[in-house]
Ligand binder design. Sequence first.
Ligand code: SF4
Length: 195
Amino acid sequence: MKLRVAQQVKDTEAEGPGVRYAVWVQGCSLRCPGCCNPEMFVHGKGGVELEPAALAAEVLATPGIEGLSVLGGEPFEQPEGVAELCRLVKAAGKTVMVYSGYTLDELRALVKTTPAVQAVLDTADLLLDGRYDATKPETTRRWVGSTNQTLHFFTDAYRPDDPRFWTSNTVELRLERGKLTINGWPAPADLLRAR
Ligand code: SF4
């Protein structure tokens, strides 16, 4: 199975602790008002289709990264490909952070019909869950978009009292081969995109 990927950033500090390889998957049916990635809503077109093993090899060949962050789009709407990607990266000793618009309770309910959802959860050191609510912007927790979302610490790789989780959010701009990418905290990233 292939994974449809909307965007990749090889070395970001705006999508989780440390320097991380970030993968945004294409497709999200949740469509939160104010989502900063509406171009990633549509399933089946946009982005590129990649073999998870090839993408994992690229992640692991990137020097200096602490781990992988998977965002979207909605990672759990392509759970087989995401699970394979995350499994390979985790097996090589890197950490895995997954961002989802589904709550953890919703994901656990989905496991009954889609076992790959559990396979993704099994690889994750960190899960940020819940719909993005633009009326409740988060101002204290880093990498969290809105106050209704929960950051779950599934392993000992990270601790909630790690000061990296409590500093200001950041936005990154990159110009690579003539293409500008903006990633990081939703509100300021949106302002930059509007210009
Ligand atoms: S779940 Fe995430 S990608 Fe999907 S609409 Fe909500 S904020 Fe956007």
